[in-house]
Design a protein around this ligand. Structure first.
Ligand code: DGY
Length: 330
């Protein structure tokens, strides 16, 4: 039986890898760091399928170097690392892993909101360094969450899941800025659809849940931070380049906003010694929002299914470019 050749760019949970190994002639990159772009290209050249991470750039040059490629299955819900337009033009199916990481990511946003508002990391550092010597009536005073206003940028699955937690748990008012109206969130959560500037002005917490694209790249710059309350907390669990790194650093340093909680940065990782990392009012996690056993296993399962379906010329379970159906490569 012909087994299609595929390259998997990192080790993923065995529920996915075992299926791929059974169905394909698979090479799996074993290193803890991703393959370089050159190595990826070399490995992909003869492949019919690729299983990629958000750290792998799949551009038109790479696609052109792989004449047999039929499917790119991304092990992530976001797919800004892939030139989907070029893949579609070449009849290559692209898959992603939506839904299964919604709760894990919303939980991480929730966690960053509390940690940043209550200065948890700063307090923890002070404790470990011995700077904290006694209970302080004036020390580490943070911000409340109950009854405050949450601004969501991008009221999709993850944004709604966070809003549900904040509405139900803390009775927050929910505002959202989105390219389209989300009636379900309005009915269920009393969410109000407002323009971006109103959301910035009125929110105590602003959390980003939009995709990275030309319209959202750099949307949180100094101009945006200046419109936010000085007491506001900014949270980004989506993609680093949605905020302008230098502007966020300045906004936090100069007290333009109160604090930030980040699961994503630009670049990733930030170089050691980056000024942002020295600030007391930022909590930074290493892009771990989807890192729960359940989510990662489910992502592996969907990514494997997408890959195998794409190789067989079948519809993908989570298909980013279903319009490729007609002109699909066989
Ligand atoms: C995604 O899936 O896009 C996250 O950023 C990583 O799981």
């Amino acid at each position: 039986m012909h087994k299609p050749r595929v390259f998997v760019t990192r080790v993923i949970p065995s529920v996915g890898l075992d299926r791929i190994r059974a169905a394909c002639h698979a090479e799996i990159w074993p290193e803890p760091l991703p393959p370089s772009h050159e190595i990826l290209r070399e490995k992909a050249e003869d492949c019919e399928g690729l299983l990629t991470m958000l750290t792998d750039r799949v551009d038109w040059r790479l696609l052109d170097a792989c004449p047999r490629l039929r499917v790119v299955s991304n092990y992530a819900v976001g797919y800004n690392n892939i030139d989907v337009h070029s893949a579609t033009e070449r009849g290559i199916a692209v898959g992603n892993t939506p839904e299964v990481l919604t709760d894990a990511t919303a939980d991480m946003a929730f966690c960053l909101m509390i940690a940043a508002a209550r200065r948890l990391v700063e307090a923890n550092r002070d404790l470990h360094s011995g700077r904290w010597r006694t209970w302080e009536p004036m020390g580490h005073v943070g911000r409340d969450l109950v009854g405050r206003t949450l601004g969501i940028v991008g009221m999709g699955r993850i944004g709604s899941a966070l809003a549900r937690r904040c509405r139900g748990g803390w009775g927050m008012r929910v505002l959202y800025a989105d390219v389209k109206r989300r009636e379900r969130a309005e009915l269920e959560l009393g969410a109000e659809w407002v323009d971006f500037d109103t959301m910035l002005r009125e929110s105590d917490f602003v959390s980003v849940h939009t995709t990275l694209n030309n319209g959202t790249r750099g949307m949180f710059d100094m101009r945006a931070f200046r419109k936010m309350k000085r007491t506001a907390v900014f949270v980004n669990t989506a993609r680093g380049p949605i905020h302008v790194h230098e502007d966020l650093t300045r906004a936090l340093r100069d007290g333009v906003i109160f604090a930030a909680g980040l699961d994503v940065t630009d670049p990733e990782p930030l170089p050691a010694g980056d000024p942002l990392l020295a600030l007391p009012n930022v909590v930074v996690a290493p892009h771990i929002a989807s890192a729960t056993v359940t989510s990662r296993d489910a992502m592996a399962e969907i990514a494997a299914e997408n890959l195998i379906a794409g190789l067989a010329g079948k519809p993908l379970r989570a298909w980013v470019n279903p319009e490729v159906e007609g002109p699909r490569r066989r």
